[in-house]
Design a protein around this ligand. Structure first.
Ligand code: ATP
Length: 451
């Protein structure tokens, strides 16, 4: 096993042990390509989505949000091209019956092989549509087919006119959405990286045709800044300019933002200039106008669009991979041990602070600790823990990636030195340094760190 494979195994095991991610339907053997997020995972994921929403929608004058239905009219995905062309080429291995993606087959001396059994007896490639269809109501008519959306973007295009009318925005402006998408991937793999049910964070940023290429570069830069602001190191992020041959035919330029996962460099987000393709398709197919009237120039035209489209789950995985670290710590008795520490950026860490009374059998300490918990709770996720030695409690929070530990001790009660009354020990997860902080200053101190 390579070092990267070992690292990935440790990450997967920590995620289960600490409650970040579980296999979906685990007690029935698991459902391939679906994952459940546990108590820590759901907080991490929520912090990521909240930060995206904050910088992409709330902190901007030119973007509004929406939340579309997952069930999608067949006509929408017919018009967008998904019904006919949203497919992966698939081959079957005649030897072991595995179903494989034709564009991901390993080759040996120029001959494609089955990655499962090494067999070379493979069928011709056939397109396999990735959309999940479902039946509406009790009718068995073909008209009753609906799809689970394969991307959030199409509901934005279809609602373009309604959102434009109510928001009274002028070009350029964007519509943002976070939500579930479904793709019947042939080979779900690499943990939560490629799954069949996942979440996307998408912005459709509408503009004049002549602004498209410039805005493509603008959004690439913004999105890179976003990833740095949630704690992904710039050196682990890469920009791939998608070559002409691999780009959708309607796109005039596409970048993939990639991340160095332990299993290789893989796409986190696509930033694509999609021209006026989608709105034109829906306008032509529905017969409803989806154009824009420019008051100044008195021109009427279909806007172009630049789309930064990110995966929530892929970003969660990148955050977890980036955060995982092991270091060696020596205790007061000189004994060294390995410490597992998740070095999440405080902004996205699932728990912001652990609150610990030094001893649980001292009611005055417990009461004070509960006060501190109550003080911080409305503003951030804090975790109260009174069981076990204080070192063990710190260690548990290190594994959860909690950036701050707050210990309420006898100094807090003013028993040692009166000037230390109502101060606590604030421990930093990364360097393990401890300092005394007044309880009245705690909230501001922590709020600044997690903003
Ligand atoms: P890939 O080439 O990896 O299949 P894609 O280029 O088809 O991805 P897009 O259609 O551009 O992906 O979707 C935008 C984003 O949605 C991706 O960058 C990714 O973060 C996320 N995404 C797409 N498919 C999946 C999936 N099966 N599981 C998890 N996230 C996904």
């Amino acid at each position: 096993m390579t070092a990267d494979q070992q690292r990935m195994e440790k990450i997967v095991s920590l995620c289960k042990r600490r409650g970040f991610i579980f296999q979906a339907s685990e007690i029935y053997g698991g459902l391939n390509g679906a994952w459940d997020y546990g108590p820590l995972g759901v907080e991490l994921k929520r912090n990521l989505k909240d930060y995206w929403w904050r910088v992409m929608v709330r902190e901007r004058d030119d973007v509004v949000g929406m939340d579309g239905a997952i069930l999608t009219h067949r006509a929408v995905l017919k018009a967008s091209g998904h019904e006919d062309t949203f497919s992966d080429p698939m081959v079957d291995c005649r030897t072991c019956k595995a179903r494989l993606r034709a564009d991901q087959l390993p080759e040996k001396s120029g001959v494609k092989q089955c990655p499962n059994c090494g067999g070379k007896d493979l069928t011709e490639a056939r397109p396999f549509n990735l959309m999940f269809s479902t039946q509406l109501g009790a009718s068995a008519e073909p008209d009753a087919i609906a799809y689970l959306r394969p991307e959030t973007a199409q509901s934005i295009f279809v609602q373009f006119k309604n959102v434009l009318d109510v928001s009274r925005k002028k070009l350029p402006f964007g519509i943002a959405q976070i939500g579930k998408a479904f793709r019947n991937e042939i080979n779900p793999r690499n943990y939560i990286f490629r799954s069949r049910e996942f979440e996307q964070m998408e912005l459709e940023y509408f503009c004049r045709p002549e602004q498209g290429m410039e805005l493509l570069d603008y959004w690439l830069a913004e999105r890179l800044r976003f990833y740095e602001n949630i704690g992904l190191a710039r050196k682990n992020l890469h920009v791939l300019t998608v070559p002409d041959a691999d780009r959708a035919f309607y796109s005039k330029g596409t970048y993939d933002i990639e991340y160095d996962f332990p299993f290789g460099r893989q796409e986190l987000e696509g930033v694509a200039y999609r021209t006026d393709y989608d709105l034109t398709q829906h306008q032509n197919t529905s017969g409803k106008p989806l154009d824009y009237f420019d008051e100044e120039t008195k021109q009427r035209f279909v806007p172009h669009v630049v789309e930064p489209s990110a995966g929530v789950d892929r970003t969660v995985l990148a955050l977890i991979c980036e955060a995982y670290d092991e270091d060696t710590v020596t205790d007061d008795k000189g004994k060294s041990e390995t410490r597992i520490v998740m070095r999440f950026h405080p902004r996205i860490a699932p728990i912001k602070a652990g609150v610990f009374p030094l001893l649980k059998n001292q009611p005055a300490l417990v009461e004070k600790a509960r006060d501190v918990q109550a003080l911080l709770r409305p503003h951030m996720n804090v975790f109260y823990d009174e069981t076990g030695a204080i070192g063990r409690r710190y260690r548990r929070q290190d594994e959860a990636g909690t950036p701050f530990g707050i210990t309420i001790d006898f100094e807090t009660l003013g028993e040692r030195a009166p000037e230390l009354r109502d101060t606590v020990t604030l421990r930093d997860r990364d360097n393990m340094k401890q300092e005394r902080v007044r309880i009245v200053d705690l909230l501001e101190r922590l709020a600044n760190a997690i903003a």
